[in-house]
Design a binder for this molecule. Structure first.
Ligand code: GCO
Length: 255
């Protein structure tokens, strides 16, 4: 079986929240498979730094600095891409935040902020991407889900609700867009070594729980999502629709 089915040459991928963390790792991996990258973040300086690092590796990089919770900024970003003749073949809805607090102490504003960033943004950006993919008869949408798309953990209710929504939004996208040649799927990362989880890694008890609860007996590394991302972004997954692939060291597979 040749590697051609995994080749992303000639394709352009928009990865939201890609100036660092999982998004940056996925962007780098898609670029290594041949894709041009539209990087997104809200911090222009950090975005430019990441873009420079990718360009130093010979990657074709466009910078799209916009807030994924702002519909006007999203629409303006897509209008700029349209104007530049940049077609998004692959969309990775990665942008997300975490906010840990018991629900009885949780302000509604904080709830809304997490839902808007982690779920609503995937709908709005997915809609704008699909509007442009449908006439072309092809497209790949990869939503970043979570272990919390399947199981809840105390103190992360808005994140859990949002990621549960990502699970079903992926299926809704499939219901409406698969007939148009768009494959919408999701990746469910396990406990990964990211800045968002830095406090958890440092917490001895939590770290022991993750290591003990994960059959692989370790945290995951962001680059360990790349193979699944390239698979879901490539022709190798042209008949895969509405699925979540968990890259979690086996955590969800065992009690
Ligand atoms: C937490 C973590 C998790 C992980 C990830 C697991 O506070 O439990 O942030 O949410 O980051 O989502 O898949």
């Amino acid at each position: 079986m040749g590697g051609a089915m995994f080749d992303l040459a000639g394709r352009t991928a928009l990865v939201t929240g890609s100036s660092r963390g999982l998004g940056r790792a996925i962007a780098e991996g898609l670029a290594d498979a041949g894709a041009a990258i539209v990087l997104n973040g809200v911090d222009a300086a950090r975005l430019a730094e990441t873009a420079a690092a990718l360009r130093a590796r010979g990657v074709v990089v466009h910078e799209a600095c916009f807030d994924v919770t702002s519909e006007p900024e999203i629409l303006a970003a897509f209008a700029r891409l349209d104007g530049q003749g940049i077609e998004i073949d692959i969309l990775v809805n990665n942008a997300g935040i975490q906010f840990r607090r018991p629900m009885v102490e949780l302000d509604t504003a904080d709830w809304r902020r997490v839902i808007e960033t982690n779920l609503t943004s995937a709908f709005v950006i997915g809609r704008e991407a699909a509007k442009r993919m449908i006439p072309r008869g092809r497209g790949k949408i990869i939503n970043i889900a979570s272990l919390t798309s399947e199981a809840a953990r105390a103190t992360v209710a808005p994140y859990t609700a949002a990621k549960g929504g990502i699970r079903m939004l992926t299926r809704a996208m499939t219901a409406e867009w698969a007939a148009h040649g768009i494959q919408a799927n999701a990746i469910g990362p396990g406990y990964m070594l990211t800045q968002m989880n830095a406090a958890l890694v440092k917490d001895e008890a939590f770290n022991a729980w993750v290591v003990g609860r994960t059959p692989a007996r370790r945290w995951g590394r962001p680059e360990e999502l790349i193979g699944t991302a390239v698979f879901l972004a490539s022709a190798a997954s042209d008949y895969v629709n509405g699925q979540i692939i968990y890259v979690d060291g086996g955590m969800l597979a065992v009690l």
